[in-house]
Design a protein around this ligand. Structure first.
Ligand code: ADP
Length: 247
């Protein structure tokens, strides 16, 4: 398919570690406004794919383009500036800061020549912080110390910190791990809202949750795409049941 139809265009992506091929000739196309969920057994290469896209790991071969920008050999900070945001499994919030301060320090800066120096709490930053806090269900907790948040609220705060950067591609690794049922429902609602004007890739094991959020599912197995399509299609695929869902 032609590149311009997709926001994210990954072709022939391969990475080997000491002779072990963790991601093997992977093709992946994710549209703007699409929420893609990546599933598969442990060791399938899911996290490594996100590491490759955000520049933490460098590909052995293949290419990664986002909105016609070649990311493949860019440094991690350049990839962030190209509009790619990624949340890891463990929250990396500042525990001793308040919710508000965590969001404020996540506002992008340093884009211009005097960017870092020019950062101030201008009315637009304050407004953005409040908008994001509302989106992540923490509007009433803006002045609470982050260490007092529940595990689920910390996960939301980290999503909020990413949202402050308004990434056009957002990648989340197991966003509902350790969350309660009601927190999972709220997170599905959150992801459905924020995927509307960006591309998203989510790694997830909770199939109930996957059903609630996925536009399309990619099943990875041994570094390759085993199946791809609607949740309905992949969950009835005998190969997917054999290597993953049947366990
Ligand atoms: P998943 O997220 O699907 O569980 P991973 O992407 O974490 O799978 O890992 C895929 C395989 O690649 C695993 O066998 C893992 O041990 C290996 N791997 C990942 N990163 C590295 C690395 N930096 N060095 C060596 N092996 C790695």
């Amino acid at each position: 398919p032609p590149a311009q139809e997709f926001a994210l265009y990954v072709e022939g992506l391969t990475v080997s570690f000491n002779g072990f091929t963790a991601v093997n000739d992977l093709n992946l196309y994710v549209d703007k406004g699409e929420l893609r969920v990546v599933i598969g057994p442990n060791g399938a290469g899911k996290t490594t794919v996100l590491d490759l896209i955000c520049g933490r790991t460098k590909a052995t071969s293949g290419s990664i383009r986002f909105k016609d920008v070649e990311l493949t050999r860019m440094a991690e900070h350049q990839i962030v500036r190209a509009g790619v945001g990624r949340k890891f499994q463990t929250p990396s919030i500042y525990e001793t800061l308040t919710v508000r301060e965590n969001l404020e320090v996540s506002f992008p800066r340093g884009r211009g020549v005097f960017g870092a120096m020019a950062f101030r709490l201008t009315p637009d930053v304050v407004e953005r912080v409040e908008q994001v806090a509302e989106e992540i269900f923490l509007k009433d907790m803006l002045d609470r110390s982050a260490e007092l948040l529940s595990h689920g609220q910390k996960q939301w705060l980290e999503i909020g910190m990413l949202l402050m950067q308004e990434p056009e591609l957002m990648m989340l690794d197991e966003p509902v791990a350790g969350m309660s049922v009601s927190e999972r429902e709220k997170t599905a609602d959150l992801l459905n809202r924020i995927s509307k004007n960006r591309s998203m890739i989510v790694i997830e094991h909770d199939m109930e949750f996957v059903k609630n959020i996925a536009h399309k599912v990619t099943v990875l197995h041994q570094g390759k795409v085993l199946a791809e399509g609607s949740m309905d299609k992949v969950q009835n695929d005998p190969r997917v049941i054999e290597v993953y869902l049947g366990h």
